[in-house]
Design a protein around this ligand. Structure first.
Ligand code: ATP
Ligand code: FE
Ligand code: MG
Length: 344
């Protein structure tokens, strides 16, 4: 079946076509340039941008793939989590298409989509795998028995998401929004062992209750203090070393806890997804440590890590293949949709 996927949870309007695990086209329009001016995403601005981009992006996707709307078998759309206004624009478009074409609608989970997209790149998933989804809004460890129907959340961040922590540290270092990619760039020229920043929730006492949870807000504060102390003393801030040492702390905790979870649950495949999985230090550390531990790691190319329509079409395709019942046409969107809810 040919699945059209629509993604509008944040600032990217994504439209993609997937058949099985084959991606036909992935069209994205971003309103990030508008948000960069404000140093953050303004939901109203994002909603309006989605509204303007929706029809042109759908047309561009169909045109590029040389597919007629009548050939589409199912519509998948992000139902949450995300910003309510933007989500509503995508859901309205998807419902209209489903109604007009008389084709089934599937409201799906954005965060699960960040893992699902990897099937388009690395092929069918194994029986059971671990998914680390790290993005601007989430840092979660998922045990996946079936991407379409059976996802368990082993742990998540108790405060900031990894991408969010990067964006906040970016702001305090005076970098443009979003800070994540800028810190990544600076870190490549720095020494990751220059400064020993704290690793959240890794103390012995956290092993019982928070073995698979993350916390990045203490780390962010530690970086802020370190920088302020030097600034107050009139010292120059070694931006490269600060960035590299901070990124090292984040990648260290993410990979260590994820690998422990793989061993604990007898899982030998790890999928890493979400906008933060674009991070070089995380990619390198995950590859090296997993290789040493006998775990196969699958991380999609960067363009499939950040928000896109392909991830939603991929999850929609898996859901259709699993025979899940379609969503009703009156589904609502859920800004804080639980990660165990794959479809609504
Ligand atoms: P969610 O998926 O939880 O709803 P989101 O959609 O806002 O959140 P994504 O678009 O998946 O998040 O990811 C964006 C985040 O990824 C931002 O915080 C950004 O700074 C971060 N990011 C992107 N590239 C990199 C990089 N190379 N290094 C570090 N962070 C990065
Ligand atoms: Fe996302
Ligand atoms: Mg985004």
């Amino acid at each position: 079946p040919l699945v059209l996927g629509i993604e509008t949870s944040c600032d990217e309007t994504g439209v993609a076509l997937v058949r099985g695990d084959q991606l036909l086209v992935d069209a994205v329009a971003s309103s990030m340039d508008e948000h960069a001016r404000f140093g953050g995403i303004i939901p109203e601005v994002a909603s309006r941008a989605h509204l303007e981009a929706m029809v042109p992006t759908i047309e561009r996707a169909l045109g590029t793939a040389d597919v007629d709307l009548s050939e589409v078998d199912a519509i998948a759309v992000t139902a949450g989590p995300g910003l309510v206004g933007p989500l509503t624009i995508g859901a309205s478009a998807a419902k209209s298409l489903a109604l007009a074409l008389n084709k089934p609608l599937y409201g799906v989970n954005h965060v699960v989509g960040h893992a699902a997209v990897d099937a388009l790149v690395d092929g069918p998933f194994p029986e059971r795998f671990m998914a680390l989804v790290v993005s601007g809004g989430h840092s979660s460890l998922l045990l996946v028995d079936d991407i379409a129907t059976d996802v368990t959340e082993l742990g998540s961040t108790l405060d900031d998401a990894a991408g969010e922590a990067f964006d906040k540290v970016g702001r305090l270092l005076g970098l443009p929004y979003p800070g994540g990619p800028h810190i990544d760039r600076l870190a490549r020229e720095g020494d990751p062992r220059a400064i020993r920043f704290p690793r959240g929730l890794t103390a012995a006492k956290d092993q019982e209750k928070h073995a698979y949870d993350f916390s990045f807000s203490g780390l962010k504060t530690a970086v802020a203090r370190w920088v302020e102390t030097r600034r107050d003393a009139g010292e120059e801030i070694p931006l490269n070393d600060v960035a590299a040492s901070f990124a090292e702390a984040v990648a260290d905790v993410l990979t260590a806890k994820t690998i422990a979870a793989c061993h604990r649950h007898g899982v030998d495949t790890l999928v890493v997804g979400g906008g933060f999985s674009a991070n070089s230090q995380l990619r390198e550390m995950a590859a090296a440590r997993c290789a040493a531990e006998g775990i196969t790691v699958r991380i999609p190319p960067i363009r499939y890590c950040t928000d896109n329509g392909a991830m939603i079409a991929a999850l929609g395709s898996a859901v259709v293949a699993a025979g899940v019942a379609p969503s009703r046409l009156d589904i609502g969107v859920d800004s804080s949709m639980p990660l165990t809810t794959v479809t609504v």
